[in-house]
Design a protein around this ligand. Structure first.
Ligand code: GNR
Ligand code: NI
Length: 171
């Protein structure tokens, strides 16, 4: 098992746009395994490669209670989003201990490659739809706090910097 370091907002590397995966090979499978380990250890319900400083279009998600339903999305794309919106209280492993409401399409259809490099489509609603949209944003270099007011975002950035300093002081 290998745990990867998760970047914390406002790290500028979180704004990198990920490149598509050209071939789902052993190197990609190893990244997926390490990302899953990191997500389960955190614990979180999703993780985008961007968060672990790997700028390729790879997402892992597991919204099950028992951490036994891993979903892998390579080169994911939203191919349909419902006009209906829903607000959800979101959190992010890159913005620890902070939660706030974000409004997004309630239902989406996503297209991606699986671990065999085979294309599939999936309809999602509820937490899965929220999580997938949150992860796809990461791949585009977007963190959920960018949906909030500039005032809130600046306050979060200050808090995160203070927190990083305190964590360094504890060592
Ligand atoms: O663990 C996570 N929980 C969560 C809760 C509500 C909306 C989105 C998420 S994703 C987050 C993990 C994470 O940061 N993924 O990028
Ligand atoms: Ni996140």
């Amino acid at each position: 098992m290998a745990l990867l370091n998760v970047l914390c907002y406002p790290d500028p590397r979180l704004h990198t746009v990920a490149k598509p995966v050209e071939q789902v090979d052993a190197r990609i499978k190893k990244i997926v395994q390490d990302m899953a380990d990191t997500m389960y250890d955190a614990p979180g319900v999703g993780l985008a490669a961007t968060q672990v400083d790997i700028h390729e279009c790879i997402v892992v998600v597991d919204i099950s209670d028992d951490q036994n339903e891993l979903m892998v999305f390579i080169n994911p794309e939203i191919i349909w989003a419902s006009p209906e919106k829903k607000s959800w209280r979101e959190g992010c492993l890159s913005v620890p201990e902070f939660y706030d409401e974000v409004e997004r399409p309630a239902q989406i259809r996503i297209k991606a490659l699986d671990l065999n490099g085979k294309e599939f489509e999936l309809d999602a609603d509820g937490l899965l739809a929220v999580c997938l949209q949150h992860e796809l944003d990461h791949l585009k270099g977007k963190v959920f706090v960018e949906y909030l007011s500039i005032l809130k975002r600046n306050r979060i950035a200050q808090k995160m910097k203070k927190r990083a300093k305190e964590l360094l002081g504890q060592r």
